[in-house]
Design a protein around this ligand. Sequence first.
Ligand SMILES: [Cu+2]
Length: 146
Amino acid sequence: MQKYVMLSLFLVAVVFAVVFSLTAIDGGEEAAEEEVKENELRIVAENFKFDQAEYTIEAGKTMIISMKNKPGGGIHGVEIEGTDINLQDGQSAEYTFEPGTYNIHCSVMCGTGHAEMVSKLIVTEPSGDAGQEEQPADQAEEQPAA
Ligand SMILES: [Cu+2]
């Protein structure tokens, strides 16, 4: 019988260890949040400009568009015209762009330089390995109803 008591104590210890290590991993993920992913376009805003006058990405890839305010640089937003993307600090959105040039502007009334806070997103034709993206447009509708 004593064996079972010991086993229970051991299991409790294991559960605690797992919980603590998960907490540690959570903290690690928060720290790693600053890292920009391979398919991510990070736009950083400050009074009264974006970190690039134009951003270039490739069409046909699912991109993560993310937005950050530079610390001490005021509060801004990123709106990409022609899409439904309108991001505040720390937000991100997934989007697959068509080739073309999109206007970016600040979406938060941030002050005297607000109207100057513009940039461009240049989306180039997909290069090389675009073949796998070429699927019939009506494919989604062919899925059997659940
Ligand atoms: Cu603004």
